[in-house]
Design a protein around this ligand. Structure first.
Ligand SMILES: Cc1cc2nc3c(=O)[nH]c(=O)nc-3n(C[C@H](O)[C@H](O)[C@H](O)COP(=O)(O)O)c2cc1C
Length: 405
């Protein structure tokens, strides 16, 4: 199946520095329609009926999130756009922000109207500082044209922490605190930014909104699978001939993306959804790309037959241990112990009993960690032990040192 450009529709077509080029592509028509012809409840109803789910990894239904915020008690409400994109191998939001900031602004302005939030923030990853001027200009142009009279939109920059992509740590960061995951409940929809009802939405999620409002929920819901409607934007990198950003209808096969579009050869290992995502062997290349199959935030990293999974998982766990916020001990200590064990394997000094420790530790971390980082950190370990146990065993038998040891 070829690419289907819904979210990427304007990328490469409009000039991201000039709002007029966006207006000539039906830009801000959806916002006008929402403001002039629809009640906030109707907007929420349309988004709910579309089946749009969050594109930041967790897949929470967007319309339901907005409804919870709209119905929550309190006069002050907030919209936050999560543009932290710290996930390893993920760069689709950067591409979207660079090429089409206006669709995002329009989506957020519609979100503000629907939820009753009068203020919104785009939380921009510190490494995307080079996009600050472009985004600031785009917001200023939208304001000048009168599209942001009901909604004030500002940008807040991160400071380089992976955990600040997690929604509660992100809110701490905007509030000026050190970003750490909060206990949940209360959820952000009732007690979010400065304890006010808050909807936190990924860049790509918001960029689906204008077309849902313009073309209708039915148009959107006809694309995809039963539980995964619309398209998904992927970032593909690693051992491929054509790395880049691709958009496919939900439910497409991983093979279409990896071999068909990115032209990968001799694929051995596929990491989907970044550091806390899944690790699949080539034999699973016909897995559907959907919430029912596998997805994450859409980062896909390919490793060919010259790579060894033990090295990949060791490096991934080092990243997670470094980025753990340290608030809860299962994640803080668990990731460190995993690094120690994986490093032993990488040096060719792993032992049989390490398998039991890795499995028990994984279970404890998934059950007891405070947020998604610690809960999902064991994923690469679990998957690699399931599909590539032989690689670990040969390190024990042959005492091979890995390339990263
Ligand atoms: C450690 C960690 C990092 C995350 N990083 C991001 C991120 O960079 N961007 C993002 O949109 N969501 C990220 N998330 C998910 C957010 O917590 C949240 O689910 C998302 O922003 C909600 O938006 P959505 O419903 O539109 O997907 C992260 C979650 C965790 C646990």
């Amino acid at each position: 199946m070829p690419e289907k450009r819904v979210v990427l529709k304007n990328c490469g077509i409009i000039n991201p520095n000039d709002i007029n080029t966006y207006l000539s592509q039906d830009g801000f028509k959806a916002l006008k329609k929402a403001l002039n012809e629809m009640t906030p409840e109707q907007v929420i109803g349309e988004v709910k009926a579309s089946g749009l789910r969050g594109r930041g990894g967790a897949g929470f239904p967007c319309g339901l999130k907005w409804e919870l915020v709209r119905n929550a008690a309190g006069d002050e409400k907030f919209i936050i756009c999560n543009a932290d994109e710290g996930e390893v191998g993920t760069f689709k939001d950067r591409y979207l922000l660079s090429n089409d900031p206006f669709t995002l602004i329009e989506g957020l302005a519609i979100a503000g109207y629907a939820t009753g939030a009068k203020r919104g923030y785009i939380y921009l990853r510190s490494e995307y500082h080079h996009l600050l001027n472009l985004l600031t200009r785009a917001i200023a142009q939208a304001k000048e044209k009168g599209f942001l009279e009901h909604f004030t939109l500002e940008i807040r920059e991160g400071a380089g922490a992976y955990i600040c992509g997690e929604e509660s740590a992100l809110m701490d960061s905007i509030e000026g605190k050190r970003g750490e995951a909060r206990f949940k409940p209360p959820f952000p929809t009732s007690e979010g930014l400065w304890k006010n009802p808050t909807s936190i939405n990924n860049v790509e999620t918001m960029m689906n909104i204008p077309q849902i409002i313009l073309n209708g929920a039915g148009w959107f819901a006809q694309m995809g699978t039963e539980k995964s409607k619309g398209t998904k934007v992927f970032s593909v990198s690693g051992d491929v001939k054509k790395p880049g950003v691709y958009e496919l209808v939900m439910g497409s096969q991983l093979r279409e993306l990896v071999e068909g579009l990115a032209l990968a050869e001799k694929v051995k290992i596929i990491q989907i959804g970044g550091a806390t995502g899944r690790i699949l062997p080539y034999e699973m290349i016909d897995t559907p790309l959907s919430f029912e199959g596998t997805l994450g935030a859409g980062g896909v990293t390919i490793f060919n037959d010259s790579r060894d999974v033990v090295d990949i998982v060791y490096r991934t766990m080092e990243f997670l241990a470094e980025e753990s916020c340290g608030k809860c001990s299962p994640c803080r200590e668990g990731t460190e112990v995993m690094v120690e064990i994986l490093e032993r394997f990488s040096r060719g000094e792993g032992q049989e009993r390490d398998f039991r420790i890795l499995n028990e530790l994984s279970e404890a971390m998934m059950l007891a960690s405070l947020c998604g980082l610690g809960q999902a950190a064991p994923n690469p370990v679990i998957d690699s032990l399931r599909y590539f146990k032989g690689s670990y065993e040969s390190r024990i038998r042959e005492k091979v040192r890995g390339v990263t040891a």
